[in-house]
Write a protein that binds this ligand. Structure first.
Ligand code: DOR
Ligand code: ZN
Length: 344
């Protein structure tokens, strides 16, 4: 049995740091393992212009422990007021690595998002022209549509058209949760990819709803049936380079999750790499972890792979029950669970 595992330093291709004092928890937690992260822009107010991204980037860098070389990869939040000139400015900035499409109302802080994703074709066109990737939260938002069908419907109604009209646009189907999402990515060329969270890889909707409701497993898009989980697992375990690590780590205070109307999001950053390692090992595929965590994402974004390494050692530990941050209590995802691998 292998007891140490050295891999190219990984990157997190989908992450929520939040802002203010919360950065003092989230930034060190991620920078301890990952070299870069795609930083989601759903702050209040959202990161809409290059100047917002620049200022947010500075706040993140200020929260880095001394001597760490973490690099935040900033993202603009698309709104109905975003212009092609904003996209051009983002491309010229050197600090923005994508634009995020939040259908209005789809998730946390998405109220400023886009009501009709087919009404912003000029923005996709500008992004294609400037080589700016599109990160998609792929769910329709009409209240009458069953929450378990929202991802498939988004693909049918919007994404297939966008994919066909802008063949050179890089599209990342964020936090894929369904067989149809996996299929959409696999049916297209190398300009189409997906991020995969630990919860969508390791869990299905029974882990949310069977035997009691488990608010710390609640995220959006919501966990789906086991058959969908299996198709995500198959893509990842098969070594398909279009599927790579994106934790979607997203802290919410304990009292906002354990509530009558609980917030969506799993704070997985403190255990992210050991969690993915546990999944790969359980499926006899530990040798595939490195490409998923450290190669495929960089290759897709056209960025150099990292040249340094991280080492995991087999040394059992438990995910902490609580973390205190910014005057709040956080319950990390998989709190109390025993993990075999830890960062050396
Ligand atoms: O579960 C989620 N939490 N899904 C999202 O899309 C957003 C995220 C958050 O920001 O809390
Ligand atoms: Zn997210």
């Amino acid at each position: 049995m292998t007891d140490t595992l050295t891999l190219t330093r990984p990157d997190d291709w989908h992450l929520h740091f939040r802002d203010g004092d919360m950065l003092l928890e989230t930034v060190p937690a991620t920078a301890a393992v990952f070299r870069r992260a795609i930083v989601m822009p759903n702050l209040t107010p959202p990161v809409i212009r290059v100047a917002d991204a620049q200022a947010y980037r500075e706040r993140i860098l200020a929260a880095l422990p001394a001597g760490t070389d973490f690099e935040p990869l900033m993202v603009l939040y698309l709104t109905e007021a975003t212009t092609p000139a904003d996209i051009a400015a983002a491309a010229a900035s050197g600090i923005v690595y994508g634009c995020k499409l939040y259908p209005a109302g789809a998730t946390t802080n998405s109220d400023s998002g886009v009501r009709d994703p087919s009404a912003i074709m000029a923005l996709y066109e500008a992004m294609e022209k400037h080589g700016m990737p599109l990160q998609v939260h792929g769910e329709v938002t009409e209240p009458e549509i069953d929450i378990f069908d929202r991802e498939k419907l988004f693909i049918d109604r919007y994404l297939l058209t966008i994919r066909q009209r802008f063949p050179d646009l890089k599209i990342i189907f964020e936090h894929v949760t369904t067989r149809e999402g996996v299929q959409f990515v696999q049916d297209h060329d190398s300009h189409t990819a997906a991020t995969v969270t630990p919860q969508h890889l390791m869990m299905n909707r029974n882990d949310l709803l069977a035997g009691g409701i488990r608010p710390h497993n609640y995220c959006l898009p919501v966990l789906k049936r086991r058959e969908h989980q299996l198709s995500i697992q198959q893509a990842v375990l098969g070594g398909d380079a279009r599927f790579f690590l994106g934790t979607d780590s997203a802290p919410h205070a304990r009292n906002k999750k354990e509530a009558a109307c609980g917030c969506a999001g799993c704070y997985s950053a403190p255990a992210a790499l050991p969690l993915y390692a546990a999944f790969f090992e359980e499926h006899g595929a530990l040798s595939r972890l490195e490409a998923f965590a450290s190669h495929f994402g960089a290759d897709f974004y056209g960025l150099p792979r990292n040249t340094d390494t991280v080492t995991l050692k087999r040394d059992p530990w438990q995910v902490p029950a609580h973390i205190h941050a910014a005057g709040e209590t956080l319950v990390p995802w998989q709190a109390g669970v025993a993990l075999q691998w830890r960062l050396a």
